[in-house]
Design a protein around this ligand. Sequence first.
Ligand SMILES: *Cc1c(COP(=O)(O)O)cnc(C)c1O
Length: 360
Amino acid sequence: MSAYIEPREALRSLDGYHSPQLNVSVRLNTNESPYAPPEDFVEAWLAAVRGAALHRYPDRAAKALRGALGEHLNQPPERLFCANGSNEVLQTILLTYGGPSRRCLIFEPTYALHAHVSRITGTEIIARGRLDDFTVDPHDAIKTVVEQRPAVTFLCSPNNPTGTLEARETVEAILDAVARVGGLLVVDEAYGEFASYNAAAFVSDETPLVIVRTASKVWSLAAIRLGYAIGPTWLIDNLYKVVLPYHLSTPTQLAGVAALQFGDQMDDRVRRLEAERDRMSAVMRMIGALTVFPSQANFILFRVAGDAHALWTRMVERGVLVRDFSSWPGVEQCLRVTVGTPEENDAFLGALHEAVREDM
Ligand SMILES: *Cc1c(COP(=O)(O)O)cnc(C)c1O
């Protein structure tokens, strides 16, 4: 028997975040951008870092970054909170509005960090499922919100790992119910720029809605760790009270400011990935023996007629790594592929075709 101290009771059965990495040539498993950021961005960022006062603490209010981001989003900086990836944004939201004696509502299957951060912050989870097409059932959602009165309700749109966009009417109806019970609606839009609409337009100082975004996927900056929230001024003020002082380093803040000067090139990457996503979906549907779910993100979820884990293994043998969701509740026998470069996508499609045929 170990005599060492254990984590607190609620954390003992906690499973850490798992996203297995393998050293293969084509890695399409973590939804990163396949394109490095523009070289001019790297130069501009490094020049800014060289000019920075590294012996001083960073600007706690991240004024320059929030100002530039506000211009980009057409929002006042007072409605923006920036942090180390959207994961830190989610954690700060739950540290502020979740916690012991509070509940959150999550529609599974969805991004694992929503439940993970809820557990870490001691927030009780109410888990509901989704319809067969992976959208949230608005009637069930509203009924649950009204009956259970969760402090925090999570939506993820487009949803990871399914790629599903929630209908505008669903978001509005759930927001209305959340407002009536005095709760908060969090819409995780990590893939919002790939979708045909986003919920940022609903944000106002009179609405209990916060949108969470990231530079990891769309801006090709996963290594930087930069995410942000768009929310009412009162909510943003509270997040800044809770987050650790000086949490966002000067190089990170400067990276965000520099990236915003390359908006056109970032947009161009998004359009290219969307075109590739649609091309891949079409080819995958022709391969047969797969159910390819519609996606409004930079990844595609597909269900395998046979043994998905075995298919995943055969893909790895061919040097292609995708994400294995075969034993995840709600997405059983599913795999998820991230949209890569056209060459990577061709390698994926070739390996998939062979691996499916081998099973027949
Ligand atoms: C990748 C992802 C994030 C995490 O983003 P970071 O900014 O890298 O922390 C958040 N939400 C969803 C739905 C994601 O898929």
